[in-house]
Ligand binder design. Sequence first.
Ligand SMILES: [Mn+2]
Length: 352
Amino acid sequence: MLDKLWKQELAGDAVLVSSAYNMRYLSSFCGGEGYVFLHPKRQVVIVDSRYTTQAKEEASGFEVIEIGGDVGFGDVIRELAFQTGTSRLLFEDSDLTYSTVRGLKEKCGELEWIPAGELLNNLRWIKSEEELARIEKAEAIGDKAFARILNDIRPGITELEVAAKLEYYMREEGTAKNSFDTIVASGLHSAMPHAIPTDKKIEAGDFVTMDFGCVYQGYCSDMTRTVVVGKANDRQKELYQIVLEAQQAGISAIRAGMTGSQVDAVSRDIIKKAGYGEYFGHGLGHSVGLVIHEEPRLSPKCHEVLRENMIQTVEPGIYIPGFGGVRIEDLVCVTADGCVNYTHSPKELIEL
Ligand SMILES: [Mn+2]
């Protein structure tokens, strides 16, 4: 992916990559700790001894320099800057802490440190075929876990137990970790979009919202389903149908060339017209990749134009304090004339 970087107009002579995901993206080093120094003439992974072997295996075409003894990261960076004639070094200001940058600067003397802003993160917006395949596989694992959890949800089981089982099923289906903390929110808790699972027992008549995902070969999945335990009442059915209609309209609308705010408006208008606009407080969706929440987003504030092979979630919700809430979320790949939906779990109201 380095060629993507060199095509950019860079405000510095070299780039110091520090975030686990951008190191992985640009060098294929997956260890997550250390630095990647990128200059057109020198590409170097700088690690401590725990990662030397791994870096040499994973980052083909890169030099690997090991720190240790009296030689720290700052010393290696100073030396590389000197050897390459770098006077301006771009760094990941959204990743490094103030104290880390201060420490590195002290070591590097005259070197000018330039915040890279979103430069590196933005390289990841459009996914390669290989990245898309991994995201699709991660989402398929979520689908399998969801099909299995439906057998477990019944009155008496707690939110924490449902969350634990969902995560166990995703492990069994082939993933090592979650892409974020699993949300299981039942009854009144479902009115909180990002509720944390509790020891509350699920009761008959509860909405149960489950928002979960996993990481497959570095890439995240994300999906949400809301079910009802027992028979849904009329208001639950009404809310569910509005959210479902809004979600399907968003998926039907999305395609390359639209802006994030335009897609958001398609779904949001349906919820507004139904009289629940004030109960849909968050954006319609976000991009997903090596990181669970990536730009660009489907949101009233995002005017970026969507392009082919971007990933987006489409996840409208209605959350009514004192009653409960519904969210339905699929993950799609944007195409020239629409999208490919990677989520295959059923969306009609499930009564358990
Ligand atoms: Mn999401």
